[in-house]
Design a binder for this molecule. Structure first.
Ligand code: C5P
Length: 243
């Protein structure tokens, strides 16, 4: 580990590792190699459906703050109860689809405001895997950029803490929302990595320069021969981009 990375201990890590595995042992094996001072972790639909709250607890016991990425999208009452249940798990961040609308987001936020543990509440704008053609096919005739800004405005009005978006959209969103929303950005690909099913990607340094607050990285780390090395390289790139 480089001295610079090691001295970044106890600063708030900007890297969130997406733990997308179908085997608990593979997941825990990676978690044990990672350092909670350098990254947080994200548990999504696959792992939560397979292993449930006990996996969240197990990972928290290893010292990691957890982003529970279940992207709730339902009627206001159901989403409010779902985010409250997530808060009882002690997670650090939870999210809902902004396209679920203002009433749904306000219900979620008001419910968390009453909770004794208040995770960050984030609204998903347009999935980073989606192209403008795909958006049109589901009846949205705005461009991706316009749709992202419109949803970010709704998230701000509902007083959530931030949004999930592509790093390509961060600078426009920060400007449009006067830097009042945290930007959590998946679709991060270190130079030379496979793009996989992502479409609107940026490298870790580009994402930080654009103003991303948290970078979500999955397969470039989880599928690497040496995940720790990739993680350290990304942390180094983040530190350099922040100089
Ligand atoms: O492997 P990869 O780096 O593409 O993983 C990205 C992670 O971020 C996945 O867990 C995916 O579900 C999640 N995500 C995303 N786009 C969003 C929100 C979450 O890719 N808009």
């Amino acid at each position: 580990m480089s001295p610079e990375i090691s001295s970044s201990r106890n600063t708030s890590p900007h890297l969130i590792v997406a733990l997308d595995f179908n085997h608990k042992e593979l997941c825990l094996n990676l978690v044990k190699q990672l350092d909670p001072n350098h990254c947080r972790v994200k548990i999504g639909k696959e792992m939560f459906t397979l292993f449930g709250p006990s996996l969240v607890e197990e990972i928290q016991k290893c010292g990691f703050e957890v982003f529970l990425d279940l992207k709730f999208h339902d009627i206001p009452n159901t989403v409010a109860k779902a985010v409250t249940a997530a808060s009882h798990l002690g997670v650090w961040m939870v999210n809902v689809h902004a396209s679920g609308g203002s009433r749904m987001m306000v219900a979620a936020r008001e419910s968390l405001d009453k909770s004794s543990h208040r995770p960050l509440l984030i609204g998903v704008t347009v999935l980073t895997s989606m192209t403008s053609g795909e958006l049109k096919a589901v009846g949205v005739n705005r461009s991706v950029d316009e749709q992202v800004i419109a949803l970010a405005d709704l998230v701000l009005e509902a007083q959530l803490d931030g949004i999930v978006c592509s790093a390509q959209e961060v600078s426009a969103i920060k400007e449009a929302t006067k830097h009042q929303l945290l930007c959590v950005t998946p679709g991060i690909r270190p130079t030379g990595s496979a793009v996989d099913d992502q479409r609107r990607t940026l490298s870790p340094s580009e994402a930080i320069v654009a103003g991303s607050d948290y970078l979500v990285v999955g397969r470039p780390i989880t599928q690497a021969d040496n995940p720790l090395k990739v993680c350290e390289a990304i942390t180094q790139q983040i530190l350099e981009a922040k100089k």
